[in-house]
Design a protein around this ligand. Structure first.
Ligand SMILES: Cc1cc2nc3c(=O)[nH]c(=O)nc-3n(C[C@H](O)[C@H](O)[C@H](O)COP(=O)(O)OP(=O)(O)OC[C@H]3O[C@@H](n4cnc5c(N)ncnc54)[C@H](O)[C@@H]3O)c2cc1C
Length: 409
């Protein structure tokens, strides 16, 4: 898969003013490439500063090429987490199998990277902070496309007009909602809810992931490096989304109901789960959400486009969200550098990356079957597969991760 490169007519004409909403992964990556191709870029981020914390994320295949071209590969290699093992546990806490993290994730050892989300966000921000205007602690209130641009009113009261606006504001994108319609139209619920929080590392875990399963329930403790904190995950099957706990779509919404729901689901579970549920009650960084994907027929409308999770969140079950965000930003910037007409550029963006997105979103079934089997039978099949995995040589990396060859930008 190779995006088409047409003759470039952009750099010789007037500078485009582009507003990007969201400064996490896809936003700053897009800002970098747009600035390089001659655009004036403004970024608006609702958080008051760069959000540095976060769980581990993966950079794989084609996305490694993007960070290499940005010059941040050495920095990210230094930040590589390099976990040594992933241990699967039975419902009673006994060990089922201990395997290489690469074997579970289908990643390429020695090439793909796993870093803290904040380390990637910081590296990307470092590449653009001097060249791009940042509006932290603000957000878009209204977007009104006019003949020659988009009139934007910010929450702060600021009013500006931009040539183009790009929503890089994540899974629950406001930009998407305002221009394309409610999230329900595009959200594909995958049947799981999850809670993530940090808790003290009182287990002496180091550079490893422990994953406990019972049918329809999973718990994980992730020790990133030798940190005295653990990332704790509690995931459970729920046929319908828990609307009470999620009432307000703007994330963290009803934490009391979320804590109660998780505690009820995991009542009586073995291993370290009672301690995890207690830690969840005390956690001040609880992140609760449903596992889902965003699937849209188009990623642009007039002068407004979407990138990253806002357009095609693949869900954490694929481990490909950050990689799609990085590759999507590059392909969108390439399309805009290639076509002066934004309609042609957005069409090229979709044409060049849609198949790559679809291949990576399709990895979700594999991830769910491996990590969160919902029935006793599916769990037994998964366990048989894991026992075989221990005995087999490492599997090759998933072809979907590197299925796109990038043009020079
Ligand atoms: C629990 C969890 C585990 C994950 N695990 C992995 C993994 O193992 N591997 C992997 O590759 N990916 C993983 N992901 C996915 C990964 O985090 C995302 O796919 C990736 O961060 C997408 O980047 P993005 O920049 O498009 O969106 P996001 O990272 O969601 O960033 C959106 C940004 O927009 C800002 N924003 C939101 N609304 C507004 C607004 N109205 N105005 C202005 N700013 C706004 C937010 O503050 C944020 O900074 C995981 C995600 C979660 C939640």
């Amino acid at each position: 898969m190779t995006p088409t490169g047409l003759s470039r007519d952009v750099r010789t004409t007037a500078k485009r003013d582009v507003l990007i909403s969201g400064a996490s992964i896809s936003g700053p990556a897009l800002a970098y490439w747009l600035h390089r191709s001659g655009c004036a870029v403004t970024m608006v981020e609702k958080a008051s500063a760069l959000r540095a914390g976060g769980y581990p994320i993966d950079i794989r295949g084609t996305a490694v090429d993007v960070v290499r071209r940005m010059g941040i590969l050495p920095q990210l290699r230094d930040a590589h987490i390099n976990s040594r093992r992933c241990t699967f546990l039975n419902a009673d806490g006994s060990e089922l199998a201990s395997v290489s993290p690469h074997a579970v994730a289908g990643s390429a050892e020695g090439q793909d990277l796993e870093v803290r989300r904040g380390d990637l966000a910081t590296a990307l921000y470092g590449k653009v902070r001097d060249d791009v205007e940042f509006l932290f602690g603000d957000s878009i209130d209204t977007l009104v496309p006019s003949g020659h641009g988009v009139d934007v009113t910010f929450h702060s009261g600021l009013r500006r007009t931009f040539d183009l606006v790009v929503g890089a504001d994540g899974m629950h994108s406001r930009t998407r909602e305002s221009q394309f319609g409610p999230e329900e139209q595009f959200h594909r619920y995958l049947g799981y809810c999850f809670a993530i929080f940090t808790m003290p590392n009182t287990f002496g875990l180091s550079r490893e992931l422990m994953l406990w399963n019972a049918p329809g329930k999973a718990a994980a403790l992730y020790a990133v490096g030798d940190s005295d904190e653990l990332h704790a995950f509690l995931t459970f099957h729920q046929p319908e989304p828990p609307f009470d706990a999620l009432r307000n779509p703007d994330a963290l919404r009803n934490p009391g109901a979320q804590r109660d729901l998780v505690a009820t689901v995991f009542a009586g579970a073995g291993w370290e789960i009672p301690g995890m549920v207690n830690a969840l009650r005390d956690a001040d960084d609880l992140f609760f959400d449903t596992a889902g994907q965003i699937r849209m027929p188009h990623w642009s409308s007039g002068r407004v486009a979407l990138v990253g999770d806002a357009a095609y969140a693949p869900s954490f079950l694929t481990g490909q969200g950050s990689s799609l965000a990085l590759v999507g930003a590059y392909v969108l910037a390439n399309a805009l550098a290639t076509h002066r007409d934004h309609t042609a550029a957005f069409a090229a963006y979709e044409r060049d990356i849609r198949e790559f997105v679809a291949m990576n979103q399709a990895l979700v079934d594999n991830g769910a079957a491996r990590l969160f089997p919902t029935t006793a039978r599916a769990l037994e099949q998964r366990n048989t597969m894991l026992r075989d995995l221990v005995a087999m040589p490492a599997a090759p990396a998933r072809p979907a991760h590197s299925a796109l060859t990038l043009p020079e930008l």
